[in-house]
Design a protein around this ligand. Structure first.
Ligand code: GFB
Length: 297
């Protein structure tokens, strides 16, 4: 989802000689495959959008894979990029790097100031290791590498699997299936009270371009909308968009995760960033994409 959005954005803005690989083509967890791909391409600019990602249940049930796969991908890509002499590299992390009870909105400086949220600690630590690696390559080798930390992302090419996906695509899938099967109830996870911030992946792609053009600092940069919504309100928005009018039940035996993780976006706003896709429009467009590409296939 992220790699394709960045590709579209760069192509639309005249970036030439784009090279990219789907995970089915190059397994970046394998050192030889990562080195072959990166050293052959020898790019001027490299964006590391590849990662093992998933929603709250996937993260908490497979911490070993979330830790090891992400550490392997990052280590291989950074080593290969260094060997290939890549001067500009953008590493993408996640807002779950911050402490569970960080001040809201969360400034970049909150990193490593408290305990992490247990449901995604393994993934968060891998991403924190990535930020540290980028800083280390800057310090030790003078590389102009940077890191961006996006909030919860969604959009075309997301994962819509009800077990492993993030909440927004999971709810599109659940409500769509309930409408198709004329089911009177849909069961969602947790209590519905946690607050989350959702950024359309095309807005992230714009932010990535902006940062590569204008930013060259060691500190990571938050990328979000500056607004959050409760999971219950998100559920109502998606129910409306999909035409679901039945009952919504909450399964409190499933984890809520962190109560809130709204990013402070002052730093990226200073470069002129402001998100263009409203949550309503983004959900509508993502639902159209889901219907055209996933539903019934
Ligand atoms: O998006 P999500 O899986 O991850 O869940 P996080 C967000 C909230 O939605 C949680 C609730 O409170 C879930 O309990 N929720 C309700 C559901 N129904 C559902 C459902 O059907 N599916 C899902 N997935 N959630 C992730 C991290 O945290 O955020 C990752 O685990 C990553 O590491 C990502 O950082 C951005 O927002 O809680």
């Amino acid at each position: 989802m992220v790699g394709s959005a960045i590709w579209r954005q760069f192509a639309d803005h005249g970036v030439t000689h784009l090279t990219g690989h789907a995970s089915s083509e190059v397994d970046l967890r394998e050192k030889d495959a990562a080195f072959d791909a990166i050293i052959t391409a020898a790019p001027d600019v490299l964006v590391l959008a590849a990662a093992k990602v998933g929603g709250i249940l996937a993260n908490s049930s497979e911490p070993v894979q979330f830790l090891n796969d992400n550490l392997r991908i990052q280590t291989n890509v950074f080593e290969a990029a260094h060997e290939a002499g890549v001067q500009r590299l953008l590493f993408l992390g996640s807002s779950c790097i911050y402490p569970k009870y960080a001040p809201q909105p969360i400034p970049e400086s909150a990193l490593l100031t408290g305990e992490l949220e247990p449901t995604n600690k393994a993934y968060a630590l891998a991403k924190i290791a990535g930020i540290t690696a980028v800083q280390a390559y800057r310090e030790q080798y003078g590389r102009r590498w940077i890191s961006a930390m996006p909030t919860n992302l969604y959009g075309p090419r997301d994962n819509f699997d009800p077990q492993t996906s993030h909440v927004l695509p999971a709810l599109i899938r659940k409500f769509h299936d309930a409408v198709s099967a004329q089911r009177p109830t849909v069961t969602l996870w947790g209590t519905g009270t946690p607050l989350r911030e959702f950024l359309h992946v095309d807005d992230l792609a714009n932010a990535c371009h902006m940062l590569l053009d204008h930013y060259d600092g060691a500190e990571h940069v938050n990328v979000g909308t500056g607004e959050d919504v409760s999971i219950a309100d998100l559920a109502n928005l998606i129910a409306q968009a999909t035409g679901y009018s039945g009952e919504i039940q909450w399964d409190a035996s499933k984890p809520d995760g962190t109560p809130r993780k709204l990013l402070d976006i002052a730093k990226i706003q200073a470069f002129g960033f402001s998100p263009q896709v409203s949550l309503d429009d983004g959900i509508a467009a993502t639902y159209v994409w889901f219907r055209d590409n996933i539903a019934g296939n």
